[in-house]
Design a protein around this ligand. Structure first.
Ligand code: DI6
Ligand code: FE
Length: 423
């Protein structure tokens, strides 16, 4: 069956430039994996006479599958545009150390932190990493995730960075999910390069990135610019190579201090700058000028008990697109919920529920350069959507620990069997 018609839906289309793009009593026609038409249920372009009026019922009208939403909310599929979901081991011990007073930076400087995850990731096989990542991904998928970005960055040599990216590719092929694979070789300095960070960046630029790209494993390139990671100049060198290879770039910047990484990244046409708690309001105009998305990561802010808020007022004043993501990783954000991410963004950053939903849909798509394909309910886009058992969108940000997701469609196919099917 190539056509599906959703009727009696409350659609949060996330079209236009702000708000939910709400349409009540709406219908949406899916044809060959794409959204073909959106309008009112009354004006359906196909006959729905055989559909029942009961909630969430699926019936066949001719060769069109009809899904009666019974007033439920339908949003675009959720997009997590910044994760480090593939890794070996965990860092629960560090969590305990931090509770006893050690800082994230102190643990990193003492050989823990990212480098300890590097050891566990190097020791694991592709299959082991996949098995460890699978429950994390399934948890996110249970809340309507349809697209996820997954970074490398715990391998830190060619062999193990490519191994991580292969696991990301395997997640896409095995788990019915769209995956964007990002090379983050410049995430941390591996211990074998201690004191020789420029030599490591040479290795990233001359070998690791070109090899991963040649293997078809790279969709985008990220760098971590921070005192515990790499300098603005080193990030710029990685960007130059990425751009020679025709790859889009993005950056972790201004997470713990202001080094000027966001301005450099925006000037290099980066898709996004991520974290940015320490970005100064005066520098936000650069993001607007270069159409660079601000990716905020409230999970890391929360876990690290950060006090410095991202410059939200300036981002709004300059109409910078704000995306939200889980930053799911074993150290600073062991978070596997975009619904909780939205709640945290509202509570901690005072974002509105409408901004939060846009942040994990359309603006998440922008941060991945995919806004022409996904992220909103608009004719022509891929039919990635979620049906939620709530009557209005603020419910998604408001409740903590409730998952009202009842059905997920990915590129026109229902991911989980629709309940109450009548044939
Ligand atoms: N910033 C982060 O929050 C993650 N990476 C980064 O550059 C943390 C990764 C980790 O602690 O393992
Ligand atoms: Fe991150």
């Amino acid at each position: 069956m190539s056509q599906t018609l959703l009727t009696n839906a409350t659609l949060a289309c996330i079209d236009g430039t702000a708000g939910y793009g709400l349409r009540e009593n709406a219908a949406l026609l899916v044809d060959a994996g794409r959204i073909a038409w959106i309008g009112s249920t009354r004006d359906c372009p196909v006959s729905t006479s055989s559909s029942t009026a009961s909630s969430s019922a699926t019936t066949a009208a001719g060769d069109v599958e009809v899904y009666d939403c019974g007033g439920k909310l339908v949003t675009p599929g959720l997009i997590d545009c910044h994760t480090h979901l593939v890794y070996g081991g965990d860092r629960a011990d560090e969590f305990e150390m931090r509770l006893e007073g050690a800082s994230y930076a102190e643990i990193a400087e003492g050989g823990g932190g990212i480098v300890s995850t590097v050891n566990a990731t190097r020791a694991a096989s592709v299959e082991q990493l996949f098995e460890q990542a699978r429950p994390r991904v399934l948890q996110l998928m249970s809340e309507g995730l349809t697209t996820v970005e997954i970074k490398s960055g715990y391998g830190l040599d060619s062999e193990h960075e490519m191994k991580m990216l292969r696991v990301a590719a395997m997640i896409e092929s095995e788990l019915d999910l769209r995956v964007v694979k990002t090379f983050l070789g410049a995430h941390a300095l591996p211990s074998e390069y201690a004191g020789r960070s420029d030599a490591y960046i040479d290795q990233v630029c001359n070998e690791m990135l070109p090899a991963a790209h040649a293997a078809g494993l790279v969709d985008a390139v990220d760098v971590f610019i921070e005192s515990i990671a790499f300098s603005v100049e080193q990030g710029e060198r990685v960007f130059a190579v990425a751009q020679e290879l025709g790859l889009p770039v993005k950056a972790h910047v201004e997470q713990l201090s202001d080094l000027g990484g966001a301005v450099m990244a925006a000037q290099h046409g980066a898709l996004s700058v991520d974290h940015i708690e320490y970005l100064q309001a005066k520098d936000v105009a650069h993001l607007a000028t270069h159409n660079c998305v601000a990716v905020l990561l409230p999970g890391a802010f929360y876990v690290l008990r950060e006090q410095q808020l991202p410059p939200l007022a300036a981002l709004r004043d300059h109409n910078v697109a704000i995306a939200l993501a889980s930053d799911s990783n074993p150290g600073s954000s062991p978070l596997h919920s975009l619904l909780l991410t939205m709640n945290m963004a509202c509570t901690l950053f005072r974002m509105t529920p409408a901004e939060a939903l846009r942040g994990i849909t359309l603006n998440g798509a922008r941060a991945l350069g995919l806004e022409h394909k996904i992220g909103s309910l608009e004719p022509g886009k891929l039919a990635d959507l979620v049906v939620w058992d709530v009557d209005r969108p603020a419910m998604l940000s408001y409740r903590i620990g409730m998952n009202p997701c009842v059905a997920v469609m990915q590129a026109g196919n229902w991911r989980q069997p629709v309940q109450e099917v009548s044939t």
